[in-house]
Design a protein around this ligand. Structure first.
Ligand SMILES: NC(=O)c1ccc[n+]([C@@H]2O[C@H](COP(=O)([O-])OP(=O)(O)OC[C@H]3O[C@@H](n4cnc5c(N)ncnc54)[C@H](OP(=O)(O)O)[C@@H]3O)[C@@H](O)[C@H]2O)c1
Length: 333
């Protein structure tokens, strides 16, 4: 079983590290977060996943979110202070989402809002037109939410800010974070194409998409589109078979929340077969889950979060775990 793969010009292990849990609610202190990223890199992680929207929003009315850029700057600082080969590390980020407080407090026109900053954003870093309604995603376990704002001008501006946050001239890989019901999907893809053409990004990806959107994106972005990032885990098994579609098109499939996530509740019984195998192996069931995911598709990358060095060390060991045919027969096919 090949545990390495090619993504955005990097030949790297197919187990990377999601850094969301180090940057949003429930995050550890910054020093622990840096040590956790260093532990992942020292173990062999060569793909770090972040997003423009990995920060905590401010209370509405308290001014521009002070925390904007937290997650991307954390990744930048971890790489600067790491003693290893920085140029071997693929850093992927996402554009088109922002954080919100629980209450959809977006009623004041931007121009009238006392907390708007000079770029027309409110305290959540949100730019919008007066009276605009936008989609809110609320995790059950959080007082904060997420909001899609994937207008092309917002995506392009935020992508350029991501490069500044990450301290790079060109982003290795930029995903559109997810479809925005208020924006035609072709316009989001057009923004990614423009960013490619202008050299702001080297490669593009898309996230939270169905097969129709994958085809649409491929038609607009062409060979610059290299990855689809969708939810996949034992509790979220990709009912639309987007992984198979990626295989048909030769695209990488990157699974988000590969251990089920940490904010929403999910069906724990889906992990029981993995617990059985783990008990026989004497390892964590999370390691078995990640090893199983790597067997699903030779261009699948999995990006578990970790909130401390022990977790990412444990997870990365999945790259050394060869599941036997007997064990695979006990797990979902
Ligand atoms: N594209 C998108 O829209 C999207 C959405 C969500 C996530 N993502 C990406 O996917 C990445 C991972 O997703 P996620 O953060 O939702 O959740 P996840 O990777 O499924 O992990 C959930 C939690 O499992 C625990 N854990 C991790 N490794 C472990 C181990 N070896 N043993 C025991 N427990 C372990 C950690 O929680 P504790 O510290 O509490 O133990 C971790 O926060 C994110 O960092 C982000 O980069 C993308």
């Amino acid at each position: 079983m090949m545990m390495d793969g090619e993504l955005a010009g990097f030949a790297i292990p197919r187990l990377g590290m999601g850094t969301m849990a180090l940057a949003i609610e429930g995050r550890p202190d910054r020093d622990t977060a840096i040590r956790t990223i260093h532990a992942g890199l020292d173990a062999g992680v060569r793909y770090l996943d972040t997003a423009w929207s990995y920060y905590l929003p401010s209370e509405p009315g308290t001014g521009t979110a002070k925390d904007l850029g937290y997650g991307e700057k954390l990744v930048r600082d971890a790489l600067i202070s790491w003693n290893g080969p920085r140029d071997e590390v693929l850093v992927a980020t996402k554009t088109g989402y922002r954080r919100t407080m629980e209450v959809p407090a977006f009623v004041a026109p931007v121009s009238d809002s006392p907390e708007s900053d000079t770029q027309g954003r409110d305290s959540e870093g949100c730019s919008r037109r007066p009276g605009e309604e936008r989609q809110h995603l609320q995790a059950a376990g959080s007082q904060y939410g997420w909001m899609a704002d994937s207008r092309p001008e917002t995506m392009i501006r935020d992508a350029k800010e991501s490069a500044l946050h990450l301290g790079v001239d060109t982003l290795d890989l930029l995903y559109s974070h997810g479809p925005d019901p208020a924006v035609p999907y072709e316009d989001q893809c057009g923004a990614l194409k423009q960013l490619l053409d202008e050299g702001v990004i080297k490669y593009a990806g898309i996230s939270r998409v169905n097969n129709e959107q994958i085809d649409l994106a491929r038609g607009i972005i062409g060979s610059g589109l290299v990855a689809v990032q969708n939810q996949f885990s034992p509790s979220h098994p990709d009912p639309e078979h987007t992984m198979e579609h990626c295989a048909e098109l030769g695209l990488a499939f990157v699974c988000w929340s590969p251990l089920g996530g940490f904010l929403d509740t999910f069906d724990q019984s889906a992990y029981d077969p993995f617990r059985t195998v783990a008990a026989q192996r004497g390892c964590s069931y999370q390691r078995v889950v990640l090893a199983w995911e790597l067997t699903r598709y030779e261009r699948l990358f999995t990006i578990p979060s970790a909130r401390n060095p022990q977790e990412i060390n444990d997870s990365f060991a999945a790259t050394q775990l060869q599941l036997t045919q007997e064990e695979l027969a006990m797990l979902p096919c």
